[in-house]
Design a protein around this ligand. Structure first.
Ligand code: NDX
Length: 256
């Protein structure tokens, strides 16, 4: 049966950190080519409806840790913190896999990116799940530790912002529409990438709550992946809409 190999966790987390830096260097200059940044591509590509694409892409991030948690033998009942934290991760990806895609009004998604996105979700789902279920050690009172409580609070706050902001974006379109408008309301009053801001806060909260290398590596990856994307969205809006609110920032309210 499976056991904890600390070297494996260290290696996979380091690779995730390296991937994050690769993303950052790639996507600071040009945005990742999906959604409003797809036009920049020269050759046409095969695409899948946004609904199927997001479902397939995110599914492994739910399934892999959920299976690891369910199939662990003997079942790990102690400490409570491990299962609780693993459930938080699965909860986010339950939303992202089974709820978000069915309401999206996004454009068809490039198949090639879907393939890499899926690989990424398998990789990260395994790393986070494997670490929490086979390796993590928490004292029995971890649930009252300031890292757990403040991290959990940030996680919930970030998730709330992310879900609310994606809802506001969705309401900009009628079903079947694919045009872009100026997002209004909620945190969009302050930043162009309100949904990304929420997602980043969420994963840093998760990292603090788990106090683990894999989770910090993933939070850093998220920052490097969607941070630049928020910046490119912001530039796109400034170029497209002459009446775009001047005081709005790209990602962090009042700062950047
Ligand atoms: N999926 C994370 N890299 C990514 C898919 C792409 O979950 O090869 C990372 C995620 C993957 C990426 C994933 C990992 C890295 C990959 C990359 C592809 C290449 C890259 C694999 C897995 C890669 C190397 C080389 C290093 C291996 O038509 P539309 O779609 O634009 O419509 C949009 C609509 N909308 C508007 N509607 C009207 N008016 C406007 N002004 C509008 N603006 C937007 O709203 C969409 O339907 C919707 C949301 O759009 P947008 O662009 O704001 O968000 P989006 O980027 O689509 O993300 C959706 C949600 C969001 O909540 C975000 O926080 C979360 O997913 N997300 C996204 C990406 C990554 C991630 C979270 C994470 O890292 N945690």
């Amino acid at each position: 049966s499976m056991q904890c190999f600390p070297g494996l966790v260290l290696a996979l987390s380091s690779l995730l950190g390296a991937l994050a830096l690769l993303q950052l260097s790639l996507y600071l200059r040009v945005p990742s080519p999906y959604g409003k940044h797809e036009e920049r591509l020269c050759r046409p590509r095969s695409r899948l409806p946004a609904r199927c694409a997001w479902f397939l892409q995110e599914l492994p991030s739910f399934l892999v840790p959920a299976l690891l948690l369910a199939l662990r033998s003997p079942p790990r009942l102690e400490p409570l913190g491990c299962r609780l934290l693993c459930c938080l991760f699965c909860w986010h990806y339950f939303y992202r896999t089974f709820i978000y895609p069915f309401f999206t009004r996004g454009r068809p998604f490039p198949l090639q990116l879907l393939f890499f996105g899926m690989l990424f979700c398998i990789y990260n789902g395994f790393l986070q799940g494997y670490y929490l279920i086979y390796c993590a050690e928490y004292p029995n009172d971890w649930c009252t530790d300031i890292r757990f409580t403040s991290g959990l609070l940030l996680f919930l706050l970030g998730m709330g912002i992310n879900i609310h902001s994606d809802l506001l974006l969705r309401q900009l379109r009628k079903p079947g529409e694919v045009t872009y408008k100026i997002p209004q309301g909620g945190l969009f009053t302050y930043v162009s990438g309100a949904n990304y801001f929420g997602e980043i806060v969420e994963w840093f909260g998760f990292a603090i709550a788990t106090w683990s290398l894999p989770a910090f590596a993933f939070a850093f990856f998220t920052l490097c992946c969607i941070g630049p994307r928020a910046y490119h969205h912001h530039r796109y809006y400034l170029k497209t809409f002459t009446d775009y609110p001047k005081s709005r920032k790209a990602l962090i309210p009042f700062v950047f």
